[in-house]
Write a protein that binds this ligand. Structure first.
Ligand SMILES: *Cc1c(COP(=O)(O)O)cnc(C)c1O
Length: 405
């Protein structure tokens, strides 16, 4: 039997029938059909409150690529200070949820129409290259709008799952730190509304120490760049990278330790940053645990001594849980049989989806209570990089329902 990841705190203490946002998994599935993603905004609000307590005075941005669902976004937008987007599609959604001044748009390869839409709306562009800067300035000139421009920096440090590494790497993201100061001088000289710096050093970190080191190095870096540019940044987006425990052995990130350390670093920050605001942009840490994917068992089959629970959902909705989105070694997400959560008496089974590919496996040799056709399986950590990060057209099955509790 292979282990599964830990259930999020809100579910870990439950027994018997799984409850999501105060309602049974069964009733969610009965009302909306399966497969269905159920998102609980109250769980997001709990995480926002925890962030606020740990990071007083620091702005919180939501990186909407983690989950751009319209209803969920409407629930999150009032709780956060900004929305970070990475396409004109996300920009349009964000503009429905938040004023343009609270929206920033990052990502390489922004097309002219995307630059124009952002400048017209008054959103901040996080510039990814000098070329993009020139195109943005030209478009702004043409339409007669002063553009809000920040510089995304390709830093000389990297936040990785297990630690922080110094040393610059070539990257499609951001302007190399060595050239960022000069670009800021150019933007200010051209009359742009320069908004500051954006530094994003990595994702899915569970080590507080690594995040603390990264934030300290980022602060030092932007102070140096501001000196080089001879301009104080109104805002510094310090990135994020707060991870969530997906797999057996993962421990949650100690955000209070990170917050305490950042408070100390900010209290003694270089003078050129005295009037700067700071933001942290989070995706999965805010929403991953707040989503559950419910899928129904269609067939229980035995094959050469192994049990397969064949369900109506799979990698076309929840690619990450099958280990096919950016993981090297396939490991099991937390999952449960919804009418017997946290039950000790389990048997070995593999949970597989309906796609004609061996990649479609939501649970590999996991321990679950005895299951029958018609029972529901819950796949946890489905609130981030689920529906929109999966190949929904692959094999032509219908999309999953998505509901906000
Ligand atoms: C993807 C991304 C995020 C969100 O990452 P999470 O791991 O979900 O927190 C934040 N900022 C930038 C620039 C990103 O590309």
């Amino acid at each position: 039997m292979k282990p599964t990841g830990p259930l999020p705190r809100e579910f870990a203490g439950q027994g018997g029938e799984l409850m999501i946002a105060g309602r049974s998994a069964d009733s969610w599935a009965a009302e909306h059909g399966t497969p269905v993603f159920v998102y609980d905004p109250a769980m997001v609000a709990t995480r926002v409150a925890r962030f606020r307590a740990a990071f007083p005075g620091v702005d919180l941005h939501y990186a909407i690529k983690a989950n751009p669902h319209t209803g969920l976004l409407a629930a999150i937008a009032p709780l956060v200070d900004g929305l970070d987007v990475a396409s004109s599609g996300e920009l349009a959604r964000a503009l429905n949820a938040k004023p343009a001044a609270a929206i920033s748009f990052a990502g390489p390869g922004k097309r002219d129409a995307e630059l124009e839409a952002a400048i017209l709306a008054g959103a901040t562009l996080n510039l990814e290259s000098e070329n993009e800067a020139k195109r943005a300035l030209a478009i702004a000139e043409q339409i007669g709008v002063q553009p809000r421009l920040a510089v995304r920096v390709n830093p000389d440090l990297e936040l990785r799952g297990s630690g922080m590494r110094m040393g610059g790497r070539p990257s499609p993201f951001g302007v190399d730190a060595e050239r960022a100061g000069a670009l800021v001088r150019m933007l200010v000289g051209a009359g742009a509304d320069w908004r500051g710096f954006h530094v994003y050093a990595g994702s899915q970190a569970l080590s507080a120490e690594a995040v603390i080191e990264t934030q300290a190095a980022t602060l030092a870096l932007v102070a140096r760049l501001a000196e080089e540019a001879d301009a104080a940044p109104p805002l510094v987006n310090l990135g994020g990278g707060f991870g969530v425990p997906y797999f057996a052995g993962d421990r949650p990130l100690d955000v209070e330790a990170v917050g305490a350390s950042l408070s100390g670093a900010l209290a003694s920050r270089p003078a050129i940053l005295a009037n700067t605001r700071f933001a942290i942009e989070l995706g999965r840490w805010l929403v991953a645990e707040a989503g559950v994917y419910l899928t129904r068992i269609v067939d229980v089959k035995q094959s050469r001594g192994e049990t397969f629970l064949v369900v109506d959902g799979g990698l076309h909705h929840q690619l990450a849980a099958t280990g096919n989105l950016g993981t090297v070694v396939r490991r099991n997400y937390p999952l449960a049989l919804t009418h017997a959560v946290n039950v000790e008496d389990v048997q070995e089974a593999s949970v597989v989806g309906p796609l004609c590919t061996p990649l479609d496996r939501l649970g590999d040799h996991v321990g679950l209570p005895a299951a029958s056709v018609g029972d529901l399986i819950a796949v946890f950590l489905a609130g981030a990089y689920g529906a929109t990060a999966s190949p929904t057209a692959f094999l032509g099955h219908p999309p999953a329902a998505e509901v906000v509790a």
